[in-house]
Design a protein around this ligand. Structure first.
Ligand SMILES: NC(=O)c1ccc[n+]([C@@H]2O[C@H](COP(=O)([O-])OP(=O)(O)OC[C@H]3O[C@@H](n4cnc5c(N)ncnc54)[C@H](OP(=O)(O)O)[C@@H]3O)[C@@H](O)[C@H]2O)c1
Length: 244
């Protein structure tokens, strides 16, 4: 059988049970990676594991963890080292969308919950997983940002601000790791047809949106050992004035 492009690699995909992360999980597994998938819902984790097994790819390693549970996230490096012995790829994709509304009327609880998942949890993952990624011969980290980080729009306050903070962290981390083998990037998608988009636009998104399957190859490109791009924030469909 032909060698696959990620044979022997271990990848963690947060929010990898459905939507953008689900498509990335399926594609990395298709390319031979052992994929660890983190999300809260056990049923959707088991569903994607069944799909991947049915396709004949390596079974997934399931981590039913809430990104808001910082104590558990703080031990994730040890858990992965113990269960898999290494980590080559981190796809930091899980994110949360608070209720939309004017900044002046927004609730401190919503801001705090949004920053906990979209910012603090990713920072905690970086702290924990950097040693494993730096040990890999070709460590790769890709995060999911947002068009709104650079093009904020009315009513998207906490979400836009949290993604802007995450983008800044990723750029700083990339600057700090420039001289290492680790490559760190971010993909900033426009609108993608997922549950999150339906939540933001309950009446239906008014423009054309990407499918998660269209987008996933852009993540794959950035995690391949031969890809040396670093410190980039790749905006996709930004010219389309899409939100999210
Ligand atoms: N869809 C878009 O148009 C769009 C555009 C730009 C950026 N993004 C970003 O893309 C990423 C993925 O979004 P999506 O659209 O694919 O959303 P989605 O279909 O709702 O999927 C979200 C994934 O994240 C997991 N997740 C959510 N909250 C979590 C938490 N607290 N802890 C652990 N896992 C959690 C979900 O599983 P559980 O619910 O079971 O935990 C699911 O696997 C997010 O960072 C989002 O901000 C999306």
């Amino acid at each position: 059988m032909a060698e696959k492009r990620l044979d022997g690699k271990v990848a963690l995909v947060t929010g990898g049970s459905r939507g953008i992360g689900g498509a990335v999980t399926r594609l990395l597994a298709r390319e031979g990676a052992q994929v660890i998938v983190m999300a809260r819902g056990i049923a959707s984790l088991e569903e994607i594991d069944d799909e991947v097994r049915a396709a004949g790819d390596l079974p997934l390693t399931l981590l039913p963890v809430d990104m808001a549970d910082i104590e558990t996230i703080s031990n994730i490096g040890d858990v992965i080292a113990h269960r898999c012995g290494r980590l080559d790829i981190l796809v930091g994709n899980a994110g949360t969308l608070p209720p939309l509304g004017p900044v002046a009327n927004s609730s401190p609880e919503d801001w705090s919950a949004t920053f906990q998942v979209n910012v603090e949890a990713n920072l905690c993952l970086i702290r924990n997983l950097a040693p494993l990624l730096l040990d890999s011969p070709a460590g790769r980290a890709v995060f999911t940002g947002s068009f709104l980080a650079r093009h904020p729009a009315a009513y998207w306050g906490a979400y836009a601000a949290s993604k802007a903070a995450l983008e800044s962290i990723i750029r700083v981390w990339a600057a700090e790791t420039e001289k290492t083998k680790l490559r760190v990037n971010m993909i900033s998608p426009g609108a993608v047809q997922t549950e999150m988009l339906s939540k933001a636009y309950p009446g239906g998104y008014p423009r054309k949106a990407l499918t998660p399957e269209n987008l996933a190859p852009r993540f794959l490109d950035l995690v391949l050992p031969e890809c040396l791009r670093h410190g980039e924030v790749i905006e996709i469909a930004a010219g389309n004035a899409t939100f999210l």
